[in-house]
Design a binder for this molecule. Sequence first.
Ligand code: FE2
Length: 142
Amino acid sequence: MSTDELNVEELLSQLNAALAWEMRAEVMYSHFGAYVKGIHRLHLKPYFEGEAAESIVHGKTVREQIVKLGGKATTRRDDTEIVHTTDYKVMLRESFQTETVAAATYKKILELPGIDSELFDALEQISFEEERSIEELSQLLD
Ligand SMILES: [Fe+2]
C-alpha cells in the first residue's frame, strides 16, 4: 500500500466525528440563541441563530460526503457537554472553543492522503468558514 493511498475507514471515521461535532454545534448555538439575556440579546440572538444554521449546512455537506463514500453517517451528536448559561461571555467562550475544535477536525481530514478534489474543496470551504468564525469570536471576546 503506497503512503498516499486513501484509507476509507479512517476518512469515514473522521468525517463522522466532524458530523457529530456539527450536530453538537447546531444544538449549542440554538440553545444559546434561546437563552442569551440582556441588551446583548439584540445582536447575539441572530448571531447564534446564524451560526446554528451554518452548522446545519456544514453537517449536511459532511453527511453527503459520507453517503458518497458508501459510509454510514452518524445520527448522534458529539456528547461533549453543552454548557447551560445565560451569561453571553460564557456563551462566546464556549463558541470559540467549539469552532476551534471544528477547525482542527477539518484540518486533520484535509491532511489525509489520497482524498479526492471534490471532497477536499467541500471541506476546505467549511474549514475557511470555521476560521472566519474563530476570527469573529476572538474579536467579540476582546
Ligand atoms: Fe461548522
